[in-house]
Design a protein around this ligand. Structure first.
Ligand SMILES: NC(=O)c1ccc[n+]([C@@H]2O[C@H](COP(=O)([O-])OP(=O)(O)OC[C@H]3O[C@@H](n4cnc5c(N)ncnc54)[C@H](OP(=O)(O)O)[C@@H]3O)[C@@H](O)[C@H]2O)c1
Length: 305
C-alpha cells in the first residue's frame, strides 16, 4: 500500500510501505481523510527518512479488531491513531475509535481526534461548569476553535485570545462572548486553556481565579516562561495542570466515547470543524507549507485516494 513518509529533508514522499500489522485491540481502517497537526509538521522538520506521521484518521473499517472490540467491517469511523495514519490503510486502537455518523464528511470527521479531543479533555481537566469564565489562548487555531465552541455549549462565558482581530467576528459566531488581542490581564478566569507558552503562560498564572485552573497544553511561541510566583500563589487553591492528550486518554479511557460525542455534534451542525484547507494527499507539501507559514485558520485536511 502507499503512505506518506518523511523524506528526511523536512517534507514527505508517497512511498510503498508494508500493510499495517494490528494488535488484537486494533482495527484496520481504509483511510479516506486525515487532518494535520502542529506536532506532526514540527516533527517532520527533523524526522529521519521513513518516519510515518498521522494521528487523525477518518475512513471505513476493512478488518475489525481480533479481540472483537470496536466497529464491524464496512463501518464508517473516526479514530485517533498512534501514528502512521497518512496512508491508504492504518491500524487504530478501538479504544480511540468511534462510528462516524452518516452524512459526516470524512474530511470534517478527520479534524476531530487530536484537536477536538484536546479541547474537550482540556476543558474537563479544568472542571468546566456552566457558570465558569473561560479564557482560550490560540483561539483561532484548531484546538482553540473547538474549545470556544465546547465551552460555550456548556454555558460558560468564553473569552477568546487571538493575534489578529479580523478573526473576531468568526469566533463570536462560534460562541465567544468577547475576542481580544493579547491577554486581558486585569481580569480573572476559572479556566484558562493555555497553548502559547512564554509570556502568555506567565500572564495566565496571574489571571487565574482562586481555585481556578490553568491548563497548559502547548508552547506555540517556543519561549520559556518566567512568572511572578506572588501573583500566582495569592490565588488560593489555583492549579497549573499539565495536559498531554494520549496519557490523558489512557488514564481516563474515554477516547471512543468522547470521539462519538464530538462526531455527533459535528454531524448535527452543532460543532463547526473549521476546515480551512482541504487538498489531495498528492499535494501534502502545500498543506505542510501553509501550516508552517501560519496561513491556516482552523484545520488542514488531506483526502487519501
Ligand atoms: N498537549 C497536547 O496533547 C496537545 C494536543 C494538541 C495540540 N497541542 C499543541 O497546542 C497548540 C495548539 O494546537 P492547534 O492544533 O490549535 O495549533 P494551530 O491550529 O496551529 O493553532 C495555533 C494557535 O496559536 C496561535 N499562535 C501560534 N504561535 C503563536 C505565537 N508565537 N504567539 C501567539 N499566538 C500564537 C495561532 O495564532 P495565528 O493563527 O494568528 O498564528 C493559533 O491561534 C500547539 O502548540 C500544539 O502543538 C498539544
Amino acid at each position: 500500500m502507499r503512505a506518506l513518509v518523511a523524506d528526511g529533508r523536512g517534507g514527505v514522499a508517497l512511498r510503498e510501505v508494508d500493510e499495517p500489522r494490528p494488535e488484537p485491540g486494533e482495527a484496520v481502517v481504509a483511510v479516506h481523510a486525515v487532518s494535520l497537526n502542529p506536532f506532526e509538521v514540527r516533527t517532520l522538520a527533523s524526522a529521519s527518512e521513513g518516519w510515518r506521521p498521522g494521528s487523525d484518521v477518518a475512513g471505513v473499517v476493512v478488518s475489525p479488531a481480533a479481540d472483537g472490540s470496536g466497529s464491524p467491517e464496512g463501518a464508517g469511523v473516526v479514530a485517533l491513531a498512534r501514528g502512521g495514519g497518512w496512508a491508504e490503510r492504518a491500524a487504530v486502537p478501538t479504544e480511540h475509535m468511534a462510528l462516524s455518523p452518516e452524512g459526516l464528511d470524512p474530511a470534517r470527521a478527520a479534524t476531530l481526534p487530536v484537536a477536538g479531543l484536546t479541547a474537550l479533555r482540556a476543558l474537563h481537566a479544568g472542571g468546566l461548569m456552566a457558570d465558569h469564565r473561560v479564557l482560550v489562548t490560540g483561539a483561532s487555531g484548531g484546538v482553540g476553535r473547538f474549545a470556544v465552541q465546547l465551552a460555550a455549549h456548556e454555558g460558560a462565558d468564553v473569552t477568546a485570545v487571538v493575534r489578529r482581530l479580523e478573526l473576531g467576528g468568526d469566533l463570536e459566531r462560534l460562541g465567544a462572548v468577547r475576542v481580544v488581542v493579547g491577554m486581558p490581564v486585569e481580569e480573572e478566569f476559572d479556566i484558562i486553556l493555555e497553548s502559547i507558552g512564554g509570556a502568555s503562560l506567565a500572564a495566565a498564572l496571574g489571571m487565574v481565579a482562586p481555585r481556578g485552573t490553568v491548563v497548559s497544553f502547548g508552547n506555540s511561541s517556543k519561549e520559556p516562561t518566567t512568572f511572578d510566583a506572588g501573583s500566582f500563589f495569592s490565588k488560593s487553591g489555583a492549579r497549573l495542570y499539565a495536559f498531554t492528550l494520549f496519557p490523558e486518554l489512557e488514564r481516563l479511557g474515554t477516547g471512543a466515547h468522547d470521539l462519538a460525542r464530538l462526531a455527533a455534534l459535528a454531524a448535527g451542525g452543532r460543532l463547526e470543524t473549521s476546515v480551512d484547507l482541504e487538498t489531495s494527499w498528492h499535494d501534502a507539501a502545500t498543506a505542510i507549507a501553509a501550516l508552517r507559514e501560519r496561513r491556516v485558520v482552523g484545520k488542514a485536511v488531506l483526502r487519501i485516494h
